[in-house]
Design a protein around this ligand. Structure first.
Ligand code: DNO
Ligand code: MN
Length: 355
């Protein structure tokens, strides 16, 4: 298991690499070029500079999260081949710089979505939370909600420049149901796989978060059956998954350790996000500290499933709470993710030594 930490880059992340280096057990940084518009080719010089920066700080950068997929590819528009050609060039450029895994997602319009950014927990810490009743309805409902909350970020992970196009985007997805989205996904995977094999870069799709539809948009990376369907697009280690325990676990019907055993067992999961969440009501949850006792997921069983499946890929703590007065990037502060790593590496050592 190679422990990593997500970093947003010197310009945008208040956490210096030197502090990440001091978290015991961390050897890898998970990064990206966040300023490039979706679909643009990532230039080798820019990737190289990022890799060098991380290496100069005594760590490695071998996992990129994310290279996002242009909506034209997800919608299946005629222009998609141009975006796919760009994606392939980005894969080649990343490989040139030593990147081994690309995490990405296939969610229409949105990336991960939360409806509350500072949900206060009983101990006075703050976590991200989600309430499905706030993400029902249409594009117009969404626009109205966002505008009425001007100044607050209702949808984290949301690129503000795309808000302007939101109605057009929803219209473009009008005929895209689950089956079409899956066909467009398959088209994309089949197009990129030859180059992934050639340059030895493994694709790792992140589950939909939350793993069910929002605003009526289809979502197709929600559970074990969905993962099997994606696996069948092209059965190879290069067509793999980011097993995000929090995202999958948000649906109580998902048996996360069983999913880990199945897909890690078949060599299909080069990357894992390990975090906990607490279910509060149907369609509602908040994020929590990593400990099993703090949430609804059994993190011991999760780490044991990884260990017993022979997991030797990359892992990172996912979101953390704001604690000790830190007010970082929502979900991506230093302290609680650092505590998460201490706990996860402790479980890992104990499982290893007692098995
Ligand atoms: C949520 C996070 C996501 C993830 C992207 C991957 O669990 O890990 O922001 O980074 O969806 O594309
Ligand atoms: Mn995740």
């Amino acid at each position: 298991m190679k422990m990593g930490f997500r970093w947003y880059g010197a310009a945008d992340d208040p956490i210096p690499l030197a502090h990440i280096r001091q978290i015991p057990g961390v050897s890898h940084v998970v990064g990206a070029l966040f300023d490039l518009p979706v679909g643009e080719v990532w230039p080798v010089e820019r990737i190289r500079a990022l890799v060098d920066e991380v290496e100069a700080a005594g760590m490695r950068l071998e996992v990129i999260e994310s290279v996002n997929i242009h909506d034209d590819i997800k919608i299946g528009l005629p222009g998609r081949d141009r975006w796919i050609a760009n994606y392939i060039e980005t894969i080649r450029n990343l490989a040139t710089c030593g990147i081994k895994v690309i995490c990405y997602n296939f969610m229409p319009i949105f990336d991960w979505v939360r409806t509350e950014m500072r949900h206060e927990l009983a101990d006075g810490s703050f976590a991200l939370a989600f309430d499905q009743s706030l993400v029902e309805g249409t594009a117009a409902d969404l626009l109205e909600r966002v505008q009425s909350q001007a100044g607050t970020t209702m949808l984290p992970g949301w690129e503000p420049e795309r808000l302007a196009d939101i109605e057009a985007l929803f219209a473009a997805y009008a005929d895209v149901d689950e089956a079409r989205l899956a066909a467009n996904f398959e088209y994309f995977i089949k197009a990129i796989m030859p180059v992934c094999k050639e340059v030895d870069v493994r694709m790792a799709v992140h589950p939909d978060d939350p793993p069910w539809p929002i605003f009526g948009l289809p979502r197709i990376v929600k559970n074990a059956a969905d993962l099997r369907r994606i696996e069948a697009f092209h059965d190879s280690p290069y067509n793999g998954f980011t097993l995000c325990t929090g995202s999958l676990g948000e649906n109580p019907d998902n048996d996360v350790p069983a999913i880990i055993r199945e897909f890690v067992g078949r060599g299909k999961a080069p990357f894992v996000h390990a975090r906990n969440i607490r279910h509060t009501a149907p369609g509602r949850f908040h994020e929590s500290a990593h400990l099993s006792s703090e949430g609804s997921l059994d993190m011991f069983e999760i780490m044991r499933a990884l260990h017993e499946s022979g997991f030797d890929g990359y892992v990172r703590p996912d979101h953390g709470r704001d604690i000790w007065g830190e007010r970082g990037r929502p979900g991506y502060g230093l302290y609680d993710r650092g505590l998460g790593i201490a706990y996860l590496t402790g479980l890992w050592e104990a499982i290893g030594k007692s098995s």
